[in-house]
Ligand binder design. Structure first.
Ligand code: KIV
Length: 277
């Protein structure tokens, strides 16, 4: 099995092949997604909302990201594994960005890091890329900037924002990012950016004409029910499947139906025949 590298991902753009990316935060999910043939597994800081139950990604820490990425790394064999740098792990200085990206690669098993922002994080991207750690950028709706944006809103509808996003895309490419996630950008603008960059764009809520697509796995599988996002396609309702299984288990235990003979151990017949003292 050939391992996916950043060069493969970049070659896919050149060949016009779509890049597939999904999030995973632990061993079983990474193993399943990898076996399905996903190109990139992102251990996203969305772990904060969909796994930890916090309202946004801001509280997530480096230690937590390392913990989750290590688990995902054990389940992944083929996909490129990307570590999402949490809030305040790269914003302070290029030095801090370099230190934490180095720690992410050294301790987690990931092969690349992702960070949010455009022109404002170009220095951090450059510092990390210069030590040969591949960087995936993330522009548009950047959840770590939720308070500046006044909520989770589509970015780039007005002329000023559009100009800014085009400049952000160019800045992250020039700084050395190997690819860029574009979140909640109007489809026409995302297409324009995709055509203007050499590096691949991975869209989320940004239309069909990105080089690839990413979604949060808990949204795809209907496991996270606290929000309904219009751009997410839910492919299965695992919440319903789990509820059905758990309710059946509770009912069987309460009625004394489980465990049945098939799920129980018994003394061997020789043991049974031994006279009791
Ligand atoms: O944290 C995350 O899961 C992400 C993706 C939505 C791109 O950044």
């Amino acid at each position: 099995m050939k391992k996916v590298t950043i060069l493969d991902v970049q070659a896919m753009k050149e060949r016009g092949e779509k890049i597939t990316m999904l999030t995973a935060y632990d061993y079983p999910f990474a193993k399943i997604l990898d076996a399905c043939g996903v190109d990139i597994i992102l251990v996203g800081d969305s772990v904060g909302t969909v796994v930890q139950g916090v309202t946004n990604t801001l509280p997530v820490t480096m230690d937590e990201m390392i913990y989750h990425t290590r688990m995902a790394a054990r389940g992944r064999q083929r996909a490129l594994l990307v570590f999402d740098m949490p809030f305040m792990s790269y914003q302070e200085s290029a030095e801090q960005a370099r230190k934490n990206a180095g720690r992410a690669i050294k301790e987690s098993g990931a092969e690349a890091v992702k960070l949010e922002g455009g022109e404002n994080v170009a220095a951090a991207i450059e510092a990390i890329a210069n030590m040969d750690v591949p960087v995936m950028a993330h522009i548009g709706l950047t959840p770590q900037s939720v308070h500046r944006m006044g909520g989770f809103k589509v970015q780039g509808r007005e002329a000023k924002q559009r100009k800014k996003l085009l400049a952000d895309a160019k800045a992250v490419e020039a700084a050395g990012a190997f690819s860029v996630v574009m979140e909640c950008i109007p489809a026409e603008l995302a297409a324009e950016i995709t055509a203007s960059l050499k590096i691949p764009t991975i869209g989320i809520g940004s239309g069909i004409r990105c080089d690839g697509q990413v979604l949060v796995i808990h949204d795809v599988l209907g496991l996270y029910t606290d929000r309904k996002i219009s751009f997410v396609k839910q492919y299965v309702n695992l919440n319903e499947v789990i509820v059905k299984a758990v309710v059946t288990y509770l009912d069987e235990v309460r009625r004394g139906v489980f465990p049945d003979k098939e799920h129980s151990f018994f003394m061997s017949s020789a043991e049974k025949k031994k006279p009791k003292k």
